[in-house]
Design a protein around this ligand. Structure first.
Ligand SMILES: [Zn+2]
Length: 216
């Protein structure tokens, strides 16, 4: 059985990249950790997108109106897919090429902008003691997709996109996205403890196997 969404390590360095990693894309049977609206709600708390108190509000709103829960899940999956396409188009590999499709990425940007402008239309200016901020997610049923639309905008406009990496699939990595926050930009694996070491161990076994004299 695949692990629960709450066991997913958050390695993205930004909630929007962690969101992209909630869909296991490799292999013959992709697995969606956001399997239903309750998984989405639990993940949103885990990733810091909403607070526990907000999760209670959303849970009540979604409990009263299952169609809104479904719409929220659909919106989040849509943002996740769009963001993934955009990130693939900005990530460059060692040869300076990109794995992404710029046409698909541009179409995704249009859809992401629509999601974000709907979220912005529901946002409110809030007076904090000494500043004014824009609060996203004033409508409980739409709180999760609105925060996620804003997180997607934030990573696209405010993160250093030259630092977005994908755990190298061709070398046995898992394909997860993350922001490389090392000083010299040398991070290759999503998690050295898992992907990096697993690949190294596999290579060592292969080398040993190759070195062993054939008995046939
Ligand atoms: Zn990995």
């Amino acid at each position: 059985m695949p692990p629960d969404v709450c066991q997913l390590p958050l390695v993205g360095g930004h909630p929007a990249l962690d969101l992209a990693n909630t869909l296991e894309r490799g292999g013959s049977s992709p697995h969606d950790f956001l399997s239903d609206s309750s998984a989405l709600l639990r993940w949103s708390v885990l990733a810091g997108v909403i607070s526990d108190a907000e999760a209670d509000q959303v849970g009540r709103a979604w409990g009263d109106e299952p169609a809104a829960a479904q719409a929220g899940l659909v919106a989040v999956r849509d943002i996740r897919e769009g963001l993934y396409l955009v990130m693939l188009a900005v990530i460059t590999d060692a040869d300076g090429g990109t794995a992404g499709d710029p046409v698909a990425a541009r179409a995704a940007l249009v859809a992401l902008h629509q999601r974000w402008s709907s979220a912005a239309a529901r946002a409110r200016f809030v007076l904090d003691p000494s500043r004014v901020r824009l609060a996203y997610g004033t409508v409980p049923a739409m709180l999760v997709p609105d925060r996620i639309a804003e997180a997607a905008r934030d990573v696209m406009l405010n993160a250093d996109l030259t630092r977005v990496r994908r755990c190298p699939v061709r070398e046995g990595g898992c394909g997860w996205l993350f922001l490389d926050q090392t000083r010299n930009g040398s991070r290759r694996w999503c998690r050295m403890a898992d992907c990096g070491n697993a690949v190294k161990a596999r290579r060592l076994t292969e080398r040993r196997r190759a070195a062993r004299p054939s008995l046939g």
